[in-house]
Write a protein that binds this ligand. Structure first.
Ligand SMILES: [Zn+2]
Ligand SMILES: [Zn+2]
Length: 94
């Protein structure tokens, strides 16, 4: 009674029905996260341990923490700036 039979394979939390487990999984463990910074959208995917790898090397379990970090992350901002520049500047002399 009240026994959890459906387990989330990411966080191992138990749910009484498969539907609840699936709803939890799609809400809490989305595979992709999108970050919109400076008019550009960057896509992040989960790594093998189920976390989002940021460009700076930090890992985030949740999309919304990644997103909050992303607006202040200089590694992301630098990557986005160089991406938007490299479309015009192809030989990249440094
Ligand atoms: Zn979970
Ligand atoms: Zn970062």
């Amino acid at each position: 009674m009240g026994h959890s039979e459906w387990f989330c394979d990411v966080c191992h939390e138990g749910f009484q029905t498969r539907g609840k487990r699936d709803a939890h999984k799609s809400r809490s463990h989305r595979v992709k996260a999108f970050l919109k910074i400076g008019g550009m959208t960057k896509e992040f995917r989960r790594n093998e341990s189920g976390k989002f790898d940021c460009l700076c090397g930090k890992e985030y379990e949740r999309a919304h923490t990644l997103r909050r970090h992303g607006v202040t992350c200089t590694a992301i901002i630098t990557a986005i700036e160089s991406e938007s520049e490299s479309s015009e500047n192809e030989d990249g002399t440094r």
